[in-house]
Design a protein around this ligand. Structure first.
Ligand SMILES: [Zn+2]
Length: 449
């Protein structure tokens, strides 16, 4: 068995220049394909008065209009209306080449469909293999997949990707509850578990009653967070790591071309699919392009490269990311990113854009002197905030009150340097703030401080 650190070293270690050249080649081929095959994309070019031949640089491309989920959904609806199927305007590939249809798990409106050809499925498999390989999964590993196995992108695409790597997947799902997951984890001698952070915590709580032993006796050495933002939360990560006695990784990317996974150095995820997804950042308000430089924060815009079925082109997904381009201490290649929330989470304090999760990331660096739990407290809903911004946070278990003034000075200095804000901090004892099973609200409106 090979001991190499990367699944596809040739591609994953391309120099920045070589990667940009590959992306540009693929981008030019992709825009021609999109123009020829998708009436939806052709309209985009026509609206901009451009033809694929005009796209010679990334800057030329960035001048094209963007699409978003609403536009995607509208194209699907129009396609159904005019052509009697949801594929005609956007799917691009011929119907008889589409082999998988996934959907987003959106809670409002009709689901938007991802249509993949066999080629696209192979790309997705490769990306799952790249992610898990980086964290030490090898043939012989047994991975329990305890995510919803429905048609959403955390289901079948993940199972197939694990098999592509050569590891074994146990697609237990969550439909049978914790008992079933625990039973199959034990029976199959699984060493890795993929679940939402909240399901993982639930399992830690239930395990003693179900098995008579703590979850750390299950034999799980790696826990993969998926499907919820909790994988980036230091307190959640610590609870999972201690509860299972496992390394904890956050990862993203289901049945499409944008994939990332964290490493043994913090919660930021390495972007593993830049050869198949061009990542742009834009200002969430003006939609003006932002340079992808170290520390840049903006709304992610995806363009799939070398992609046949339903290719995203300048798709603004509404997620805000912070990008880190400096080398990671773990030594693995690739730009890193942290998801800071949705575009509508943004606050504006004295003209400075602030994301609550970005405040959380700064505070997290002070764990264990703080617990990592915090809330932004607003008098009225954002985005405009009358300064000073108020932040409630908890001191750590072993932090005496006498240490708080010095700690506060350090936290404030970090917030000032990294986010250009000077909030008012209100200290609380450990575990004062409510913990929520799913996504914790980071902002309270109208709460006293
Ligand atoms: Zn790393």
């Amino acid at each position: 068995m090979s001991d190499r650190r990367l699944w596809n070293s040739a591609v994953e270690t391309l120099s920045e220049d070589a990667l940009r050249a590959l992306q540009l080649d693929r981008l030019r081929a992709q825009v021609a394909y999109n123009y020829d095959r998708s009436p939806f994309h052709r309209r985009t070019f026509e609206a901009a008065g451009a033809a694929p031949g005009d796209i010679r640089t990334f800057e030329d491309f960035a001048a094209l209009p963007m699409m978003d989920k609403e536009g995607h959904r509208a194209a699907q609806a129009e396609s159904l209306d005019r052509h009697g199927d949801p594929y005609a305007l956007f799917a691009a590939a011929p119907r008889d080449e589409i082999v998988r249809i996934n959907a987003t798990s959106g809670t409002t409106g009709d689901p938007t469909l991802y249509t993949l050809t066999a080629h696209d499925v192979a790309v997705v498999n490769e990306m799952h293999a790249r992610k898990y390989w980086r964290t030490g999964i090898r043939p012989g590993s047994v991975m329990v997949q305890a995510l919803s196995l429905s048609m959403f992108t955390g289901g079948l695409p993940l199972s197939q990707g694990i098999q592509h790597l050569g590891a074994a997947v146990v697609p237990v799902g969550v439909e049978g509850g914790t008992r079933r997951v625990v039973d199959f984890t034990r029976l199959t001698r699984a060493d890795a578990l993929i679940a939402t952070p909240s399901f993982g915590r639930h399992l830690i709580e239930e395990c003693p009653a179900l098995t008579g032993a703590p979850a750390r006796d299950l034999g799980i050495t790696r826990f993969y967070c998926a499907g919820e933002p909790g994988g980036g939360d230091p307190e959640v990560r610590r609870l999972l790591a201690e509860g299972f006695g496992a390394a904890v990784y956050d990862h993203t990317g289901g049945g499409h071309a944008f994939h990332g996974i964290s490493c043994d150095h913090g919660a930021a995820m390495h972007f593993v699919s830049p050869d198949h997804c061009l990542l742009e950042l834009v200002d969430p308000d003006s939609k003006a392009p932002l340079a992808v430089t170290d520390g840049a924060v903006g709304e992610m815009v995806w363009t799939f490269l070398d992609w046949r079925g339903g290719p995203f082109m300048r798709y603004a997904i509404g997620d805000i990311a912070e990008v880190l381009t400096s080398p990671c201490p773990c030594g693995l290649p690739g730009l890193r990113f942290r998801i800071l929330g949705r575009a509508d989470d943004m606050l504006i304090v004295k003209g400075v854009n602030v994301y609550p999760q970005a405040i959380g990331n700064v505070i997290a660096a002070f764990v264990p002197r703080v617990t990592g739990a915090f809330r932004v407290v607003l008098d009225k809903p954002g985005p405009l905030v009358e300064p000073p911004l108020r932040v409630r946070l908890e001191r750590g278990d072993d932090t005496p009150d006498g240490d708080l003034p010095a700690l506060e000075a350090e936290v404030l200095a970090a917030l000032r340097t990294q986010l250009r804000i000077s909030p008012a901090l209100h200290w609380l004892p450990p575990r004062t703030l409510p913990r929520e099973a799913m996504k914790t609200r980071l902002v309270e409106v109208g709460g006293g401080a």
